[in-house]
Design a protein around this ligand. Sequence first.
Ligand SMILES: [Fe+2]
Length: 233
Amino acid sequence: MLKQVDHCIWVAEQPLKFLGLEVGTRMTVILQLDSSLLLISPIEINSDLKQTLDNLGTVKYIIAPNLFHHLYLEHSQQLYPQAKIIAPPGIETKQPNLEIALTFDQDLINFNGELEYTPFQGFQGFIPPKIVKVNEIVFFHPNSKTLIITDSAFNFDCNFPFTTQLASRIIGSYQSLKPSWLEKIAIRDKETTRKAINKILAWDFQRVIMAHGNIVEENAKEKLTVGYQWLVS
Ligand SMILES: [Fe+2]
């Protein structure tokens, strides 16, 4: 089901387990002035959701925001063959048979001037026992003052199952907009990461939509600044 969060942004969610924990996942849908739709981090699109999306506009871009959120790219492209897939560098290692129209490191994509983006350079993940590249792209939608992130910060709370709450308390991302210590210890190039988060925090956003956790509607910039205080200069 599509949920509206602002006049031209919607989200749709589905269950997702990671390391045995229910963390959910969320797709963000942006309607542009030309009635085109952008799908960021696509989920499984059933017939009801497709009908709702079709009533909103025409899907133009299907966007993988990092190297982990690519599982429904092919599924989405089959539903919207006219749409182009945009993905971060390295996607070919995850989806070698998928036709990627544009990549964030090689192509200038202006989204009609309605969506900005930047690579979160230096940000990495830690899935025990190894550190993994994420190549996350962070988006800013100026019209709604919304920041759209994927795995670079979480905000789990009492709406999640008890085991997820417990785990997020242990790894330090319970009821707070910040990365867990798993991401913190994965970051090796702090200076590069510091520059990237400072660039993100320079955007004028009030809301944060993330892939896992509850959307932060108010004072999100202040909360994310606190979440990255250990890194921000
Ligand atoms: Fe994720």
